[in-house]
Design a protein around this ligand. Structure first.
Ligand SMILES: C[S@@+](CC[C@H](N)C(=O)[O-])C[C@H]1O[C@@H](n2cnc3c(N)ncnc32)[C@H](O)[C@@H]1O
Length: 276
């Protein structure tokens, strides 16, 4: 479970960006599930309520993170050198750029998140390989045009070449309009061979647990929407799913030495698709 030691110190720069530490944030609750130390008492209290109804949350978080690693590695090995990761989360090594640059040191990555705490820790995301580049933008996926403009302004990604868009454990935090947002983002990835990596909370494997989890998050001010297989598949409309198609997070191209996590523990769907 979460580490014993937590650094609850708020530095002047933290205060300037208004971390609102007295209310729970999804990034910090996720950090707690991953055994991280970037969370505050309000986050830990809300995470405790979540664990009471969904004790598998730490398994789900680890399975999700491991899926992101495998999908990123697969795409880097297939020749993709550009990544846009929206809903980055508090840095947890290895981060996406570390995975991609281990395979392709020239890889370029732009990270985006709307939580100010991710911004205050973004330095860890900016340690690029010398050959590659990384950048961080603070932006909200619910305003996809503005987010894309901020990403373009970094000059890190070349939109005339394939880009892998990563929306990992993000769009369940957007109860309404998520499909339109994904479509706007997909439409910006105009080049054949661009990719979409997604995972998403689902009621498909443990419906009652998922419904309880939705209630806990709604009550702590962070509405969540679990989506089933059909709703999830619509995020990829017109793109080609890579093998093995849509699975639970631990079943997407599992590696032999991976931690054994069941579909119900993971309770997240996962897929990678490419623009034909
Ligand atoms: C569960 S974490 C996932 C982190 C990482 N993608 C992973 O899978 O390990 C979700 C992240 O999405 C971010 N997020 C939630 N709503 C968002 C929004 N509207 N715009 C941008 N980021 C958002 C949260 O701040 C948090 O960092």
């Amino acid at each position: 479970m979460a580490a014993e030691q937590h650094d609850d110190t708020v530095t002047p720069s933290d205060a300037e960006v208004n971390l609102a530490i007295h209310r729970p944030h999804t990034a910090r609750m996720y950090d707690y599930f991953l055994d991280g130390t970037t969370n505050f008492p309000a986050d830990r209290e809300a995470a405790g309520h979540a664990l009471a109804v969904f004790p598998q949350a730490p398994f789900a978080a680890r399975a999700n993170r491991a899926f992101m690693h495998r999908a990123t590695r697969a795409l880097a090995r297939s020749g993709i050198t550009q990544f846009l990761d929206i809903g980055t989360g508090i840095p947890t090594s290895p981060n996406l750029h570390e995975i991609a640059q281990r395979t392709e040191p020239r890889a370029r990555i732009v990270y985006a998140d709307n939580d100010p705490i991710v911004l205050t820790h973004a330095q860890a995301l900016l340690h690029s390989s010398p050959e590659g580049r990384t950048a961080y933008v603070q932006a909200d996926v619910r305003e996809p045009e503005a987010l894309l403009e901020a990403v373009r302004a970094t000059g890190v990604l070349d939109f005339t070449r394939p880009i892998a868009l990563s929306l990992v454990a993000l769009l369940h935090f957007v109860p309404e309009g998520a499909h339109e947002i994904a479509e706007t983002l997909r439409n910006a990835m105009t080049v054949r061979g661009s990719a979409l990596v997604m995972s998403h909370f689902t009621p498909d494997y443990a419906p009652q647990d998922a419904a309880r989890m939705e209630r806990v998050y709604r009550d702590n001010g962070n509405p969540v929407r679990a989506r089933d297989h059909d709703e999830f598949s619509r995020f990829f409309t017109g793109w080609d799913l890579l093998d093995p198609g849509i699975t639970s997070t631990p079943r997407w191209r599992p590696e032999p030495d991976a931690e054994r996590i069941s579909d119900a523990q993971a309770s997240c769907l996962a897929a990678v698709a490419v623009r034909p």
